[in-house]
Design a protein around this ligand. Structure first.
Ligand SMILES: Nc1nc2c(ncn2[C@@H]2O[C@H](COP(=O)(O)OP(=O)(O)OP(=O)(O)O)[C@@H](O)[C@H]2O)c(=O)[nH]1
Ligand SMILES: [Mg+2]
Ligand SMILES: [Zn+2]
Length: 305
């Protein structure tokens, strides 16, 4: 008898029910039935999995194998990303640059290509200037406006052939971009509260869609991301600031942590002063966590991200 196993990509997993993009683009509905309990692994969106027929008409397939991940994120919970489209809005909600920097650190630590998207440039006098501090990072920067076909075309080009997630605060317009890219109402869009200027967490789950030869996922917006909780160590903070590696003049001390040591070449270098301040804040915070863990009073989460 022919081997009934098929391999596919998880598009969405909610309440133990998985949607899998199977061979020839056929959608398979599957369960995982606790077989991964022993290993502690939970299949998640973006995972490559092997499935066999289950005999259950409600969930006709069963996931029996999980392919090794080349990376994964905890928030949003996704695996095997080529790119992360970090989305921030010019206003409403006001941009959270610290969150952007944290996501950049994750990208560079996990070998995920970042793209910075600035939305809502029609609001206030915001605009190109807001992304300027990120130009020395070297990643692609994009001002996206749902009405501007040009910017949507550039976004489509960048997404082409990749597995990508949109990530960022609630209300920045991630689902609006997804709908614009597909030209249809794939995702519900929510209003941003006028009173507090915050999004309403309209998107509640990660959903991948096959798109432009790859996959694109919308994700729930979030505001808190603790780097130590996702396994990032103090020394890795530097990864999120590639400008630091491009100093022409070295710091006086070879092991300079760039926290204000004498002869540090960073101030006045290619890094934007606000980015430098955030680098120092994050590095100092993570060093404090490391110290605490070393003294044996606490525990860091050294699990892989
Ligand atoms: N003015 C303006 N409003 C926009 C733009 N893009 C999106 N919006 C509005 O912003 C609000 C939030 O948009 P969503 O697409 O739901 O935002 P989201 O990032 O998916 O939010 P969550 O699902 O909560 O994470 C909606 O009212 C959109 O119409 C834009 O470029 N300009
Ligand atoms: Mg949304
Ligand atoms: Zn230095």
């Amino acid at each position: 008898m022919a081997d009934p196993t098929v391999t596919g990509r998880i598009l969405r997993g909610v309440g133990g029910l998985y949607w899998i993009d199977g061979p020839d683009g056929v959608l398979l509905e599957a369960s995982a039935r606790g077989i991964f309990r022993k290993t502690g692994e939970i299949p998640t969106a973006g995972d490559q999995v092997d499935c066999v027929p289950s005999g259950d008409p409600d969930r006709p397939w069963q996931i029996v194998g999980l392919h090794p991940r080349f990376n994964s994120l905890v928030r949003p919970s996704v695996a095997n990303l080529d790119g992360l489209a970090i989305t921030l809005s010019a206003d409403h909600p006001p941009p959270d640059y610290l969150l952007v920097d944290k996501l950049l650190i994750l990208c560079f630590a996990l070998d995920i290509e970042p793209l910075l998207i600035l939305t809502k440039t029609d609001l206030g006098e915001a605009g190109s200037d807001m992304l300027e501090p990120y130009r020395p990072v070297g990643c692609q920067l994009l001002e996206a406006c749902p009405q501007d076909a040009d910017s949507i075309g550039q976004l489509q080009d960048w997404l082409s052939g990749k597995t990508v997630c949109l990530a960022g605060q609630s209300g920045v317009g991630k689902s609006t971009l997804v709908n614009r890219l597909f030209g249809s109402e794939k995702m519900a869009v929510g209003r941003v509260s006028d009173k507090i200027g915050r999004g309403r967490h309209t998107t509640r789950e990660v959903v991948f869609f096959p798109f432009a030869g790859g996959y694109l996922a919308d994700t729930p917006g979030f505001s808190t991301l603790e780097l130590h909780e996702v396994g990032i160590r103090a020394e890795q903070v530097t990864l999120g600031y590639p400008e630091i590696g491009r100093l022409t003049e070295p710091c006086r001390f070879q092991d300079c942590r760039h926290l204000g040591e004498p002869g540090c070449a960073l101030p006045g270098g290619p890094i934007h002063p606000e980015r430098l301040a955030r680098y120092r804040l994050l590095r100092t915070q993570l060093e404090a966590v490391n110290q605490y863990a070393k003294k044996g009073r606490g525990r860091t989460t050294a699990e892989p991200v």
